[in-house]
Design a protein around this ligand. Sequence first.
Ligand SMILES: [Zn+2]
Length: 322
Amino acid sequence: MSDSVTYAGIDIGGTSIKYGLVDSQGKILFKKQRPTVVDKGAEPLIHLVTNIAEGLMYHAAEEDHDVRWLGVGTPGAVDARSGTVIGSAPNIDGWQGMAIGSVLGERLNMPVHVDNDVNAMALAESRFGAGVGYDSIVCVAVGTGVGGGIVLNGKLWRGANHTAGEIGHIVIDPNGPECRCGNRGCVEAFCSSAAIIARVRKKLGGKLTPAFENVLRGNVANLNIRKLFEAAKKGDKTAIEVIDETAEYLASGLASVVNLFNPEIVIIGGGVADAGSSFVTAVSAGIRRRANSSATEKLRVARATLGNSAGFVGAGILGETR
Ligand SMILES: [Zn+2]
């Protein structure tokens, strides 16, 4: 394969679709995003994605890029051979069963590779991001949900039915809060942004502390993950407590992953990790306290470096690694 090959990728998210072109060194040549349509069902969304794909291919042709396939990352478990969504995607109604690979493949008349969005992110981080130089990588994305991806020797570990890496649904408290998967006490039930915000609200009990009063401009409706980290930076006790607690919950789940896989590196990304570096430091300390010392001796815990481009970059290189 020549060095001049260009990767094209699309990352379908619950709020936006990010897409772009990347060269073989990981340099982003073109990048754009559009709001997702999720409230109108699966059909309008697949039309939008098709539209974006055609536009992206047109742009690539115009600029004389040698694009040989399209890669797509999407929420939900994906049968990577057929490019069909086989698991439910909680944020997109009716998305389960969507044959993204064949719909786009027919329309574009080129190979289309589809995988889970966090798998794509893990692949991107392993190839161009925090995971460069490591052979055993566990990647976790903490945001609206908690997802995971495992890359061993440059290849995604997908498991028997394409669902490997569901770190978010490791049970850390059998009697814990209900999770959207139907189980109780999963990592996600504690560490999703909604769960974090709910704990802050509960702790505040309707009364804003001076720091929250300041960052929320007096209105608790303005509360989000970024504001939480802002309050923590101002030294707010409640904010710091909730962030530390969340790091501890995530570390509990990841300690099991580290004991099981003994990876060289755990990479943490997503909206919660992006909001403050203190979070990743706390998770790292928590893992080291809980996992076997032999399993953490050579372990690195690092923040993801590709930010919200990781999804489409990873999608773009999907065709190369299967
Ligand atoms: Zn769950």
